[in-house]
Design a protein around this ligand. Structure first.
Ligand SMILES: C[S@@+](CC[C@H](N)C(=O)[O-])C[C@H]1O[C@@H](n2cnc3c(N)ncnc32)[C@H](O)[C@@H]1O
Length: 269
């Protein structure tokens, strides 16, 4: 996906469509990864953060500076206010509300993972829920890896996951599902092209308008399905040390038969 118009129609419905995803469990796993392979991160850059699901959960350390970024400003715009604790001095200042927390939008920056508008250094970069599979060409994947290497501090980690061919073949080939949301019904048709190793997901939304008028809108997403060994090779080519290649949400080795494989890369330092 190269332009900022994709992930546009789906943006207001994304959290609803993904309501089945265990982001709390995902966040706990992420924490286990950085504790095992690194240290508590102080500056975090999330790429492809979408609607910033982790901003609404206590995933990242309270003291960490977190920047949520995504190619799609429409997705970032859906990130709702998060509860943040005010600095101690301000909280006890005269005139401050008694509540210990205030609402604030998370720090969001529309950014292409191929050309990051940051200097860093960050101690942790993450790109989750197969966002890297949207990098359709190997050269783009390499560019993204090099951009993360550039903005990370020495010893910093890049943690991401890929969806695999096994996942596509088992769950996303000639598969149709649909959902009824408030004011919207959607259908999704998924097709996996084995030769091209491309996963396509075509959405059709019927959106309720005024006076019972329904609008039909479409959005299609394509993902490149990389081999696990290819991703490892690209990471090494970019200059990362590959610390972990792990089977979905475990510490077992990730393989082609895994449905999701998590990568933990370290910037040498
Ligand atoms: C499957 S969604 C995952 C969103 C989020 N990480 C989550 O867990 O819900 C993939 C996200 O990757 C973003 N994306 C795709 N290509 C990108 C790129 N080149 N740079 C940054 N983000 C990108 C999309 O806009 C979309 O929000």
């Amino acid at each position: 996906m190269r332009d900022e118009t994709s992930y546009r129609i789906i943006a207001p419905y994304y959290d609803w469509i993904m309501a089945h995803v265990d982001y709390d469990g995902w966040g706990r796993y992420l924490g286990r990864l950085w504790r095992k392979y690194g240290k508590e991160p102080r500056a975090i850059l999330e790429l492809g953060a979408g609607t910033c699901a982790f901003a609404r959960r206590e995933v990242y350390p309270a003291k960490a500076q977190v920047v949520y970024s995504d190619l799609s400003p429409y997705m970032l715009a859906q990130a709702h206010d998060v509860r943040v604790k005010p600095p101690r001095a301000a909280a006890s200042a005269p005139g401050m509300p008694h509540s210990k927390e205030v609402s604030a939008p998370p720090t969001r920056v529309a950014a292409n993972a191929l050309n990051l508008p940051f200097r860093g250094p960050f101690s942790l970069c993450v790109m989750l829920y197969d966002a890297v599979n949207y990098l359709m060409a190997e050269d783009d994947f390499l560019r993204c890896l090099r951009e993360c290497l550039r903005v990370l501090e020495p010893g910093g980690l890049f943690i991401f996951d890929i969806t695999t061919e096994s996942n596509s073949k088992r769950h996303f080939h000639q598969a149709v599902d649909y959902g009824e949301l408030e004011g919207c019904t959607y259908f999704r048709e998924s097709v996996y092209d084995v030769q091209a190793r491309i996963q396509s997901n075509h959405f059709i939304f019927f959106v309720e308008g005024r006076k019972d008028n329904w609008r039909k809108v479409k959005e299609s997403h394509q993902q490149r399905i990389y081999k696990v060994a290819k991703v490892r090779a690209l990471a090494e080519k970019a200059g990362f040390q590959v610390e972990g290649v792990l089977d979905g949400f475990t510490f077992k080795p990730g393989r082609e038969t895994s449905e999701r494989v998590h990568f933990v890369l370290r910037k040498p330092g």
